[in-house]
Structure formats: structure tokens, C-alpha cells
Design a protein around this ligand. Structure first.
Ligand SMILES: N[C@@H](CCC(=O)N[C@@H](CS)C(=O)NCC(=O)O)C(=O)O
Length: 250
């Protein structure tokens, strides 16, 4: 587990500020910011220490917090590296960490499998817009009565194909056997399937359950419950149910 703190934001221009000897990540609401979850898992799932600074989206201070973390920063997550670099996108965070920590298993060791994992990560990063738009990640509640559109079903079918082919080759429980960055990138998809009750095969459902049982994800979700009140923009207007937890044998 990565070192997790909730230090207050400090102004990097403050002459009294100490230079950071570790990574710093700025995240948005843990319950809602799927990109923040991916960025954070890229550290926490591989025991890479990171200092966490949390902001809340859709509030006036969101812009200020981003500016204090890194002037001109547009989105979260973002990472300041110990060497003074700035990573402003989850793909950049993933590639940086896989190069900086080659022995932590962030990507499969086998070059063919590594290429598959990199492709799956890139496809997640640039695709599945129907699913992402219709079913925003929400770890506070689950919903009843969601009717997925054709476009969402098409995204789910592609995700099934990718997951099943990786799981068939590796034997699971994660896409490439042990947890890799590919799993970090698909964790928010697994949370959408769980939270919106989206139709998937038993094989895919088993993979979703592996995420629900993943220690770092469970910690992230628990911390998110105390991030503040629910964000009204994520209200679906549907009956609610409790967010699912992993079954005992997951
Ligand atoms: N491509 C970016 C996407 C980051 C992103 O869109 N983050 C959202 C929060 S989940 C955000 O900061 N939205 C604020 C905005 O767009 O103003 C990445 O991979 O990091």
C-alpha cells in the first residue's frame, strides 16, 4: 500500500516550502473522479509512496487548488515527481511509473503480454465514451432500473472481448494474472458495472468482484465516503441500492 497522507495544499512558490522528496498527487473526489482513481491506483497498487492532496470538483476552490498544485493545471489527477517533473494525464503517470519502477510489475514482464496491456490501457484512455457518459463513476450509491443504450451495450461488448481474452490467457484473477496498470485503468469500469448493474457475463462479473475485493480500491472507496456531501450532478433519479461489496469468495 502506498503511503497515504492528506496534507494541506501548500503553495510551491512559497519560499518556505520544502522541496518534495517524493511524489505528490492531486486527486478529485474519490467517489466520482474515475481518472483520479486510475492515477492513485498506479501508485497504491504497487506500493509506490505518494503524498495525496485532495480537492473537490465543481466547487470554486477546485480551480484554486489546481493552480496551487501546478499553475495552469486543467484536470485531475496530476503528479509532481521527485525530480521536479509534472505529469498532467493518467497515461503520462502510468508510463512514467512503469519506467521509474521497472521491477514492481506495473506491466507484464513478457513483451507480447506487455504490448497487449499497453493497448488495453490506451483503448480505455481514449474510448468507451458512451459508457463513461451514461454511467459516471459513483462509489457512494448503486442504482436500480438502469436501461443501457445500444451504444453502452456496444462498449460493454468490446470490454467483454478484451477482458475475456486476457483472462483466458492469464487464468486471472486480474487481466494479466497479477494486478497491473491495465487493471488500474479498468477498475472504474468494473465499478460502473457493479454500481449500475450492467449486464455482463459471469466471467466478467468474476473480474468485477476481484476489483471489489482489491485492498487499495476498498481503501479508496472507504476514504471517499468522508470526502463531503454527495455531488448532485451524479443523481440519476432512479431507485437506489447499497453499493455492492465483494462476495466472501471473491
Ligand atoms: N485525460 C485525462 C482526463 C482527466 C479528467 O478529465 N479529469 C476530470 C476529473 S475525473 C477533471 O479534472 N475534470 C475537470 C474539468 O474538466 O474541468 C487523464 O487521463 O488524466
Amino acid at each position: 500500500m502506498g503511503q497515504i497522507t492528506n496534507s494541506r495544499l501548500t503553495d510551491p512558490a512559497d519560499p518556505g516550502a520544502m522541496p518534495s522528496m517524493t511524489y505528490d498527487i492531486l486527486i478529485g473526489d474519490r467517489s466520482y473522479s474515475s481518472w483520479s482513481l486510475r492515477g492513485w491506483l498506479s501508485f497504491a497498487a504497487f506500493d509506490i509512496p505518494v503524498r495525496v492532496q485532495a480537492t473537490i470538483m465543481y466547487r470554486p476552490e477546485f480551480a484554486q487548488d489546481r493552480h496551487v498544485f501546478a499553475p495552469g493545471l486543467r484536470t485531475v489527477p496530476a503528479v509532481r515527481t521527485p525530480g521536479g517533473g509534472l505529469l498532467t494525464d493518467t497515461i503520462a503517470i502510468a508510463w512514467h511509473l512503469s519506467e521509474a519502477f521497472p521491477d514492481r510489475g506495473l506491466l507484464p514482464a513478457d513483451s507480447v503480454e506487455r504490448a497487449r496491456a499497453q493497448s488495453m490501457i490506451a483503448e480505455m484512455h481514449s474510448g468507451f465514451s458512451a459508457l463513461r457518459g451514461a454511467c459516471p463513476m459513483n462509489l457512494r450509491t448503486a442504482w436500480e432500473g438502469v436501461t443501457p443504450s445500444e451504444a453502452v451495450l456496444a462498449d460493454l461488448a468490446r470490454i467483454e472481448t478484451l477482458w475475456t481474452s486476457a483472462l483466458d490467457r492469464s487464468g486471472g484473477p486480474f487481466l494479466f494474472g497479477d494486478y497491473t496498470l491495465a487493471d488500474a485503468f479498468y477498475a472504474p469500469v468494473a465499478m460502473r458495472i457493479a454500481g449500475y448493474g450492467l449486464p455482463v457475463s459471469n466471467r466478467a462479473r468474476g473480474y468485477v468482484d476481484a476489483h471489489l475485493d482489491h485492498g487499495p480500491l476498498r481503501l479508496w472507496r472507504a476514504l471517499g465516503q468522508t470526502d463531503g456531501p454527495e455531488q448532485p450532478t451524479y443523481e440519476m433519479g432512479l431507485p437506489r441500492r447499497a453499493f455492492p461489496i465483494a462476495p466472501p469468495d471473491a
